[in-house]
Design a protein. Structure first.
Length: 485
């Protein structure tokens, strides 16, 4: 299974680790939003925001600013510790939200009951009743690498519309990008051996588990243990049995035989319930063609060596060794450095919670407003939270070998050398082009990671990737500061 990478869609049955996959069921997008988006119907998505987005919307409305156009950009000021890059994910769900956002009658009735809206006119609620997102969105495609201060998403829309969507966009892009990035680190540490996302039971909700599984596959995992994520996103699903299965039988051998009888072509046996080495010997007696064994505890280096020897001496050279149990990229790298003969890794808690960097501090800031048909740049100058003004494009240069050589932020309309990374996603609230499917996203992620030089991919102490400002953007930013002095 080495080098399988991102595996999506229907597959023929194969011997080995128990895995099943089906193409995503055909179902309405509304049902998908209800089940996984926010446990909310499209008409309730208007409430999927922070209260201050709605209070600002009401104030804009009451002061005649409904038609004023603004440009907001989402970016990350500082990468988490020991992160040299971000792997962008979550855009598909963000677009689904934007194209379905509305307020139904029950949502509007709830808002009317809130004391803070007591003095707000009925006209505002009539506006919300008709509300749809009608703006333009540019974004980094999913599977693209990003760095500090680069706009991952850019929204140009009437200011109320642009303001209301902040919370959902941040929650969606922050989370999936965080997990995709963590997964990429784990997969790189595994050096071609397969990594399976095992974290559903430790995720910060089952919704997070499902979207986290999708993001983990974008990051390079070969599949997930999460069956609902497998169904909804067309991911390969993997699984064997727990210690409780073994303990539920009178004898370990009875459990092993029962599992093999039920899944003769997919027998992976969990051998560490009682005595790992004895469990390995019993596994060799079940059948000569078992697919493998799993280790979930103990000294994985020493145990994997001894188990490999037991399997090989019994003629089970085809049998894989799967390891799990509080693994992360550092532990996997250390085991492989020491020569552990482990073929597959099940990574749960550390992957799906990104335990060493559990939050991504993406922000969504106003960068320009439009007045009398002209775009007027704005800039935040708060201490420690300074932003770059104006609507921007990001250009990525490569060297002669195709490796990333540096990015440049430019004002929209400037043309610099390199690939422009922000692409049209929505125009007037409608999809500009079909979004890439998950296999295409995974392929892009692999190419992007391969093109990033090693110093920026290091697990610990990565170098800072060069991101510069165009002379025009630099001058505009400096002029805005000078104008306040």
């Amino acid at each position: 299974m080495k080098g399988e990478g991102c595996r999506i869609g229907r597959a023929t049955s194969s011997r080995g680790w128990r895995r099943e996959t089906e193409a995503p069921e055909t179902r309405s997008r509304g049902e998908a939003v209800e089940a996984l988006g926010l446990l909310a119907r499209p008409g309730e998505l208007g409430l999927a925001t922070d209260l201050y987005e709605l209070t600002m919307a009401a104030a804009y409305f009451e002061h005649g600013m409904v038609d004023e156009v603004a440009v907001f950009e989402m970016f990350v000021r500082h990468l988490p510790e020991d992160r040299g890059y971000l792997l962008v994910a979550g855009l598909e769900q963000a677009v689904e939200y934007l194209t379905r956002l509305s307020f139904d009658a029950s949502s509007l009735a709830y808002l009317r009951r809130l004391p803070i809206f007591a003095a707000v006119s009925d006209d505002f609620f009539a506006y919300l009743e008709r509300f749809r997102f009608t703006g333009d969105v540019n974004a980094f495609p999913e599977g693209t690498l990003a760095f500090a201060n680069e706009p991952l998403v850019q929204v140009r829309a009437p200011i109320i519309e642009a303001q209301l969507v902040e919370t959902f966009l941040l929650a969606t892009i922050n989370h999936q990008t965080l997990i995709a990035t963590k997964a990429a680190r784990v997969v790189e540490a595994a050096r071609g051996t397969g990594v399976i996302e095992f974290g559903a039971r430790r995720a910060h909700s089952f919704q997070a588990a499902c979207y986290g599984a999708r993001a983990a596959v974008i990051g390079g995992c070969i599949g997930t243990s999460n069956v609902l994520a497998g169904q909804r996103f067309g991911l390969k699903v993997y699984g064997t049995a727990a210690h409780s299965f073994t303990m539920g039988f009178p004898h370990e051998m009875d459990a092993f035989r029962a599992f093999h009888d039920t899944f003769p072509q997919h027998t992976i046996l969990l051998i560490d319930t009682y005595d790992t080495l004895e469990g390995a010997r019993r596994a060799t007696q079940v059948a000569p063609d078992i697919a493998g064994v799993r280790l979930d505890s103990g000294d994985l280096l020493e145990l994997s060596r001894q188990v490999r020897r037991i399997l090989d001496e019994a003629g089970l050279r085809q049998a894989k060794i799967v390891a799990s149990g509080d693994l992360n990229e550092d532990k996997i790298a250390a085991l492989l450095d020491a020569g552990a003969p482990i073929d597959l890794w099940g990574v749960g808690t550390d992957l799906l919670t990104s335990r060493d960097a559990p939050a991504l501090g993406g922000v969504y800031k106003l960068v320009a407003v439009e007045r009398e048909g002209q775009r007027v740049p704005v800039r935040k100058l708060s201490q420690g939270k300074v932003t770059y003004p104006d609507a921007k494009q990001v250009y990525r240069a490569r060297d002669a070998a195709g490796r990333f050589a540096g990015d440049a932020l430019a004002i929209v309309g400037e043309v610099l050398p390199g690939e422009p990374l922000l692409v049209p996603v929505l125009r007037r609230g409608q999809r500009a082009d079909p979004l890439p499917d998950l296999p295409a996203i995974c392929a892009r992620a692999r190419e992007q990671l391969a093109a990033l030089p090693e110093p920026f991919r290091r697990r610990r102490g990565p170098e800072t990737y060069p991101v510069s400002l165009s002379p025009r953007l630099q001058a505009e930013a400096e002029a805005m500061v000078a104008g306040l002095e």
